[in-house]
Design a protein. Structure first.
Length: 520
């Protein structure tokens, strides 16, 4: 009965509301009872040199020990069981890494072996059978797609070419904030504004146009980010895969994937039509990523790129670029409002470099001289990596890591959040101290294994330059044009910093601040 009690409590904690329906819960518990009778409670035979592991229950393994903020649960367990530990999430063995030294072994010494991705129901349904670059298995197909991203889509030159999109959309954001500031003491929802900003910039870079605030695609984009990390019984309990039908997950994935595909198919056909217009007048058009991918397809570069590949890669841009960028903006502004002295120092730098009159404009070239601003963003990424446990890896074959045996097909989760708050590495690790990065050689390019907000190794996110260009420009403008306060005269330290579960871990309570126009 204790096992069934833990299972029910865990499901409630994760807020799978459908599973609280008596019929569904009864079916699950009945099946679990008979499965327990079949396997018994005896320990499974295993190699003696596996990483340390907390005691587990049959069927659910260690799932009952995990809360909704899984990176925090992993950190708490690692403090007892060590920087490399083995958990059992249902029927899936998962190695959790909480040490930069172990990260080095996985992403450098054994990089190829851990370059695989595990199968997930959501990614397979939403990303055309994982034919994208973020979730596809390691192999020749992935290597060629990755080469397209690195050599074509996300080069520094390409990111710079999107400068006008960033400037125009940040300009729209500033006008909305100026209008709110004119109303005096009127708070604005920056969390919502940041999502709109990042989604619009990504949309223009990816497909050449943005979508209105009430446009259905914006809601589809949000659903995509919500569904990618969605819990699937089939992923962790293969024998309970049928529960995904009863919980409605299969239906939600099917509807969302069909609606997304219809949108991307329409946009793709529009781009093909433009490129064939007027006897090839648009054949050299490369204004957005879809145009570029069509050119790669026409020239048969790198790979025989299919329509499904193109649509999957474009979806990757939205997954990696929209919500995660908005989350980084949100946490950066939240930390600045909680630390007014740091905000003041940053504003002085931005205004000094840009100029102290309302005719000035924050240029991206000027941002290169804003060293303290970059320290602030690095510190925000340290405390609040957008995806705290990164995307999971999977071993292709057995190997030894940290002195322990890691079997083939073991899932590996790297707790970047815990590594970047390790008090053995970072002094005053829980505090927001941008000055720690002044004159520091530490960066986020994957070679400093204690600072890996974008990952490390072959599967490192290739879009860090793209994301940082948005974050730097947006924060610089917000600090230049406005001063900021909490609503109703609240003290800075009263700002709630509670996290919410999702693909990226955002603030649970949206960030609402009062803008004060600086040049009035």
């Amino acid at each position: 009965m204790a096992l069934l009690s833990f299972l029910q409590q865990w499901l409630e904690k994760q807020q799978w509301m459908l599973l609280q329906h008596p019929l569904l819960l009864s079916l699950l518990l009945l099946f679990s009872f008979f499965f327990l009778l079949r396997i018994g409670y005896g320990p499974n035979s295993s190699k003696s040199n596996l990483p340390p592991s907390p005691p587990k229950f049959p069927i659910i393994g260690n799932i009952h020990q995990l809360g909704p903020l899984i990176h925090r649960s992993f950190r708490d367990l690692s403090q007892k069981y060590g920087p490399i530990m083995l958990l059992h999430m249902g029927g899936v063995p998962v190695v959790v890494v909480s040490s930069g030294e172990i990260v080095r072994e996985i992403t450098k010494d054994h990089d190829v072996n851990f370059a695989n991705r595990p199968f997930t129901t959501a990614a397979h349904a939403l990303l055309y059978g994982c034919t994208d670059v973020g979730f596809s298995p390691y192999g020749e197909h992935w290597r060629k797609l990755r080469r397209i991203c690195v050599m074509e889509l996300l080069t520094p030159k390409r990111v710079h070419s999107f400068k006008s999109f960033r400037e125009e959309e940040i300009g729209c954001l500033l006008e909305k904030i100026k209008a709110a500031a004119a109303m005096k003491n009127s708070p604005i929802d920056l969390s919502k504004m940041f999502f709109v900003l990042s989604n619009d910039i990504v949309s223009r870079c990816a497909v050449g146009k943005k979508h209105g605030e009430k446009d259905k695609f914006r809601e589809l984009s949000r659903q995509l980010s919500e569904l990618i990390p969605a819990f699937s019984f089939g992923d962790f309990f293969p024998y309970l895969k049928w529960m995904d039908v009863l919980t409605g997950l299969v239906r939600r994935l099917k509807i969302t994937s069909q609606e997304l595909d219809a949108f991307f198919e329409q946009v793709l056909e529009e781009h093909v039509g433009e490129r064939n217009h007027n006897d090839g007048e648009y054949l050299n058009k490369e204004n957005d990523c879809m145009d570029l991918l069509l050119k790669v397809q026409e020239n048969n570069q790198y790979i025989n790129l299919t329509k499904l590949n193109i649509k999957a890669l474009i979806q990757d841009l939205f997954i990696a670029g929209s919500e995660t960028t908005a989350t980084t903006l949100e946490w950066t502004m939240a930390e600045l409002i909680k630390n007014p002295d740091i905000m003041k120092k940053a504003q002085e730098e931005v205004r000094r470099v840009t100029g102290h009159n309302k005719c000035s404009k924050v240029e991206e070239e000027d941002i290169k001289q804003m060293d303290y601003l970059k320290c602030i963003i690095n510190e925000s990424l340290r405390l609040h990596p957008a995806i705290p446990t990164l995307l999971p890896h999977q071993s292709s074959k057995a190997c030894t890591v940290g002195g322990y045996h890691i079997p083939a097909k073991t899932r590996v989760m790297i707790n970047a959040w815990a590594i970047q708050r390790d008090p053995k590495v970072w002094s005053r690790a829980e505090e927001f101290i941008p000055d720690r990065f002044i004159n520091s050689t530490i960066d986020f390019k994957g070679q400093d294994y204690n600072f890996i907000p974008f990952g490390s190794g072959r599967r490192m996110c290739p879009g860090s330059t793209f994301a940082l260009a948005i974050v730097e420009s947006a924060i610089a403008n917000l600090l230049y044009w406005f001063d900021w306060e909490l609503p109703n005269g609240a003290a800075n330290e009263e700002l709630d910093m509670t996290e919410a579960f999702g693909l990226s871990v955002a603030k649970k309570i949206p960030l609402k601040l009062v803008p004060i126009y600086h040049f009035s």
